[in-house]
Design a protein around this ligand. Structure first.
Ligand SMILES: [Zn+2]
Ligand SMILES: [Zn+2]
Length: 232
């Protein structure tokens, strides 16, 4: 069956499976050579696969697959998703991320569970949905991996990471997540978990989450994210 839809960015009609035309897709700022641990783009990579910071101190996150730079139009798409409920962007960007995950197998096996970065209840109520969960839904469906939203709770409503320096960001995140012991009392934690995030701004949020999971016996923690921002 032939069908077409309007590109969400330029309005031209497209027969792509997602509502984004081939030209707009081609123009997206895809990430190329990145650090395998934290997903940051490597400068003059020369075959290196790990960035200077991760060489110095190995993060709790074992691997990161991130799709796009946090630049135009990605910043626009993600803020429309978060603040104007443009859920179609979760499906477009999630589908593109799914394709990258399928093409770039970095681990021998897929994770047992997907864990969308939890929002604090206050923020969730205000926004009405968790954008990371919306992205995780696309990945879960495409890869047949369950999502767990009751495993971890965000107990502190943290300040926006963008406004803080590196040290403040680490401090800001300390203790902000907790394992929901009540909901998971009788279940052994799985071996391999992937954290799903919309934008990894600094690695401190996902790293704090990964540390918590590893403290509770999880062996491998990866991150799949739409975008990787660089704070200057
Ligand atoms: Zn377009
Ligand atoms: Zn790194």
């Amino acid at each position: 069956m032939l069908w077409s839809s309007a590109c969400e960015l330029c309005g031209n009609s497209t027969r792509n499976s997602v509502s984004l035309c081939a030209a707009c897709e081609k123009d997206l700022p895809f990430l190329l050579d990145v650090c395998k641990h934290c997903g940051i783009e490597l400068q003059d990579s020369d075959g290196k696969t790990v960035c200077g910071q991760c060489v110095q101190k190995l993060p709790y996150v074992d691997y990161t697959i991130s799709l796009l730079h946090y630049e135009t139009p990605v910043d626009y798409m993600i803020s429309e998703l978060k603040y104007h409920q443009a859920l179609s962007y979760a499906s477009i960007l999630g589908s593109l991320l799914l394709r990258k995950i399928n093409n770039q197998k970095v681990t021998a096996s897929y994770p047992d569970v997907l864990l969308p970065v939890p929002l604090h209840l206050k923020r969730l109520k205000k926004r009405g949905f968790n954008q990371s969960l919306e992205v995780a839904r696309v990945l879960s469906k495409g890869l047949n991996i369950p999502i767990n939203t009751s495993l971890v709770k965000r107990v502190i409503n943290t300040q926006a990471q963008m406004d803080l320096n590196a040290q403040q960001r680490r401090k800001n995140m300390q203790g902000c997540f907790e394992i929901e012991t009540k909901a998971n009392k009788n279940s052994q934690l799985v071996e391999h978990i992937v954290i799903v995030d919309d934008v990894v701004t600094t690695a401190s949020t996902v790293n704090e989450l990964a540390k918590l999971l590893k403290d509770h016996g999880v062996k491998m923690v990866g991150v799949w994210s739409i975008s990787r921002a660089i704070l200057r």
